[in-house]
Ligand binder design. Structure first.
Ligand code: PLP
Length: 388
């Protein structure tokens, strides 16, 4: 039985899948049973930050697995403390504490909970941005654009939500009053199609939030961990987010999530306010520390910025008419439906992703990809056969 047949027999039918079954990885390459090699410019939805065979990541997780695979937050562990320290050191200085969870949605769920705790339950509303995606748990999906029409599924949202249109600076002030506990936004909207929010828009959101004593939550689940060319993409706007969420690249493939907060938020937290069994587990912690250190040691922010420039210079070719996004969270605008381009690229052994925008191909490659990989993409696009 093929993997596809096996999964379709034994798992819920909620994922459309590609016609490729990877077995192992080398750098940014995926290899199947027949030794077919595919260049992965999608990185498992931005997860494989260091590629697939990073010696340091393998070594740190294996060492921890052999030493002690699990203990919960009931006991302090050096490896967890080291991971928190490495993440805090990667982030801007005003973010002083971390809280570890298991996924992006869970990080956002807790960020939103903290916003209401900070508002001492006097506040009722969250401001979000049109076209945003924040995850599939109750609170995260409540602030996800359009989820009510498709898959929210719960009878009601846990709080009131209002949306400001993406990049509509003139709409921002009217969306905020004393009722607002927080604004949440992705500095580069990932699922939407790598739409980078304008600097002015992010500054307007942060300014309006400050005026009504609401928190600023930057969802950096997709855009964070060096991907934008800075450790976190909100830094491009020169604003201070109160809470920043991370996941995906955070563990380089080991499932995990985190939020970072200011000291002011830490000061309102009491025992029991937040909690998780697996969050901050030793394997994830070992991975988080290694990824944070690798971002700094290998200057992966600079590589993301350089590869972005190369993509902008060389990849507007073949079916691609424009490039958007930041760093290595890139959208390629395609004249024909993006799915056709994605399928044709896969035929030519390059894996890319689609997005909510039917004319955007999304690139979320390992932060370690080199210029030869982008050259391959550019020449494949230039010669792409879109027939069939
Ligand atoms: N936030 C953003 C910006 C995301 O892109 C995603 C996932 O795509 C999430 C949150 C949810 O993350 P997870 O799937 O790990 O729950």
């Amino acid at each position: 039985m093929s993997a596809a047949a096996l999964e379709s027999r034994y798992t819920l039918p909620v994922y459309p899948q590609l016609d490729f079954e990877p077995l192992r990885g080398e750098g940014a390459w995926l290899i199947d049973k027949q030794d077919r090699r595919v260049l992965d410019l999608y990185g498992g939805h931005a997860v494989a930050a260091l590629g697939y065979d990073h010696a340091g990541l393998i070594d740190s997780v294996r060492t921890q697995l052999e030493q002690l695979p699990f203990q919960s937050n009931a006991v302090a562990m050096q490896v967890r403390g080291d991971a928190a320290k490495a993440l805090v050191q990667l982030a801007p200085a005003h973010l002083t504490q971390a809280f570890f969870v298991n996924s992006g949605a869970e990080a956002n769920e807790n960020a939103l909970r903290l916003a209401f705790l900070a508002g001492a339950n006097h506040k009722r509303r969250i401001v979000a941005v049109s076209h945003a995606f924040h995850g599939r748990t109750a609170a995260a999906s409540a602030v996800t654009w359009g989820s009510d029409k498709r898959w929210f599924a719960f009878p009601q949202t846990p709080f009131e939500v209002s949306y400001v249109e993406r990049n509509a600076v003139d709409q921002v002030d009217a969306a905020f009053d004393d009722d607002v506990a927080a604004v949440i936004f992705e500095p580069v909207q990932g699922v939407a199609g790598a739409y980078d929010l304008s600097i002015e828009f992010m500054q307007a959101l942060a300014g309006a939030a400050r005026r009504v004593d609401a928190l600023v939550i930057a969802d950096e689940v997709q855009s964070g961990m060096g991907r934008s060319g800075k450790p976190f993409a909100f830094e491009w706007a020169g604003i201070d987010a109160d809470i920043v969420t991370a996941a995906k690249s955070l563990g380089g493939g080991i499932p995990c999530g985190a939020l970072l907060s200011t000291q002011r938020i830490a000061d309102i937290c009491q025992f029991g306010d937040l909690g998780t069994t697996f969050g901050g587990g030793p394997l994830a912690s070992a991975a988080i520390r290694t990824v944070c250190e690798a971002i700094t040691e290998h200057d992966l922010c600079a590589n993301a910025a350089a590869r972005e420039e190369q993509i902008r210079e060389t990849c507007v070719t073949g079916p691609v008419s424009a490039v958007q996004g930041r760093g290595l969270l890139i959208g390629l605008r395609t004249a024909v439906p993006a799915k056709r381009v994605r399928n044709a690229l896969l035929n030519d052994n390059i894996l890319t992703g689609t997005s909510a925008d039917p004319h955007i191909i999304r690139l979320l490659p390992p932060l370690t990809i080199g210029s030869a990989d982008i050259e391959r993409l550019a020449s494949t696009l230039a010669n792409l056969s879109l027939e069939s």
